[in-house]
Design a protein around this ligand. Structure first.
Ligand code: NIG
Ligand code: FE
Length: 410
């Protein structure tokens, strides 16, 4: 006897084969029209056609004719925990002041650093919870959360502990990343190497308290160079962490190539990735996490070369980059729309990029992102007739219901 059986007009089945989908594989997406998914003890117990499910008994039957059922979405790059907000910078943006100029003047990331240092752990928890609840109502059941608004030991640990507590108390599964190398704080101005050493000295305690699985760095003009980033990430790798990088977001410095060279789990942004970087992504296991919401919000015309990446055989994932500066949105559905319009990705590629590939980018490829018997029952029921509809109809929330581990949570 199943706990729940859901009959849906269409079931979308991103399938993983034990690794991220690359190149043309990304355009393959299994669907079942008039399908059914069964849940028992929090796990998926049945996936098949409504006909095959006709004789199954369940305590609860949900008839969702005309609706779409999918795995819970995975958001693999967010800056979830922070104090304050930056609406005051909107006017500067309108006047054309560049993102890196606002940062160089002590605003941008450094403005959020001040607010985050001032906030109590409880206040950060409550604020993180608010945003996390919104992510859940938009269909996300697994996501990554970075620190990086402390830039000192105390505040970085405060952010990481808040993320840990949110993971323990909220239905969304959070994967934590230490981004202490997000900017150079005032007291280390002109001494980036000394600051990076200070951040590296935190790795033992982060590891001991289980506060992060990944380490990330912002490799960018005026922040950290490719060489500094490489040394930093290699040390983090030796200390047992998976590594990620904010690379080639604004200026094309060559972080994409370096990420592939050192075997990063993912390289993120990649708007300015070079031809060589794109070629290397096609040959490495580093997943390209693309963040078109950020490119949109920074007001740029040139987006990451997703088509070239897929043609080169790369594995592409998509994410919100949710943060208070360059991408203030929790709405991964809008990112799916931008991926269609600006990255020219197909609906099939987009679905794989926010499920299977996103899960692999954060080390959850075997647990999240697909509907397989025996996996946690993380499901979303959508008020749309088919999977192509979500990248098409933009700006609204299409979610009808969300289950995490078989429990109805939204
Ligand atoms: O991914 N670029 C660096 N980090 C974030 C933005 C952080 C912020 O502006 O607060 C990003 O775009
Ligand atoms: Fe980011």
């Amino acid at each position: 006897m199943l706990d729940t059986i859901i009959f849906a007009g269409q079931v979308v089945l991103p399938t993983s084969n034990g690794r991220a989908l690359r190149g043309t594989e990304m355009n393959e997406l299994k669907i079942i029209d008039n399908g059914a998914v069964g849940i028992k003890d929090g796990l998926i117990a049945f996936v098949g056609s409504a006909e095959e499910a006709a004789d199954l008994e369940a305590k609860e039957t949900i008839d969702a004719a005309g609706k779409l059922l999918s795995p819970g979405l995975v958001d693999p790059h967010t800056h979830l925990v922070f104090g304050g907000s930056r609406e005051h910078e909107l006017a500067l943006k309108q006047q054309g002041v560049p993102y890196l100029e606002i940062l160089a003047q002590g605003g941008g990331i450094l403005s959020t650093v001040r607010s985050t240092r001032e906030a109590s752990e409880e206040a950060l928890y409550e604020k993180g919870l608010f945003h996390l609840n919104r992510c859940l109502t938009y269909g996300v059941t697994t996501m990554e959360a970075k620190s990086g608004y402390g830039l000192d030991k105390e505040t970085e640990l405060k952010q990481l502990r808040v993320a840990k507590k949110l993971n323990e108390t909220h239905p969304i599964e959070l994967v934590s990343t230490f981004l202490g190398a997000h900017a150079i704080p005032e007291n280390y101005k002109g001494r980036p190497d000394a600051f990076l050493e200070e951040m590296l000295s935190m790795l033992p305690v982060i590891s001991k308290e289980g506060l992060a699985e990944f380490v990330d760095i912002f490799c960018e003009t005026g922040v950290f160079t490719v060489e500094q980033s490489k040394t930093f990430l290699q040390k983090a790798k030796t200390a047992g962490f998976g590594v990620k990088i904010h690379a080639d977001e604004i200026d094309p410095l060559g972080g994409t190539e370096m990420a592939c060279e050192i075997g990063a789990a993912s390289a993120d942004h990649l708007v300015g990735a070079s031809k060589e970087g794109v070629r290397m992504l096609g040959e490495s296991d580093t997943i390209a996490v693309l963040l078109p919401g950020t490119t949109f919000y920074l007001g740029k015309d040139h987006f990451a070369p997703a088509r070239d990446m897929i043609a080169s055989g790369a594995a592409v994932a998509l994410s919100t980059d949710f943060n208070p500066g360059s991408s203030p949105t929790e709405n991964l559905q809008f990112i799916m729309n931008l991926a269609a319009l600006r990255l020219k990705m197909t609906p099939e590629e987009i679905w794989n990029a926010v499920t299977v590939n996103a899960a692999f980018a954060i080390g959850r490829g075997e647990a999240a992102g697909s509907l397989e018997v025996g996996r946690n029952a993380d499901l979303v029921l959508w008020d749309v007739p088919n999977y192509k509809y979500i990248p098409y109809h933009y700006g609204v929330n299409h979610v009808n219901k969300v289950w995490k581990d078989g429990k109805l949570v939204a």
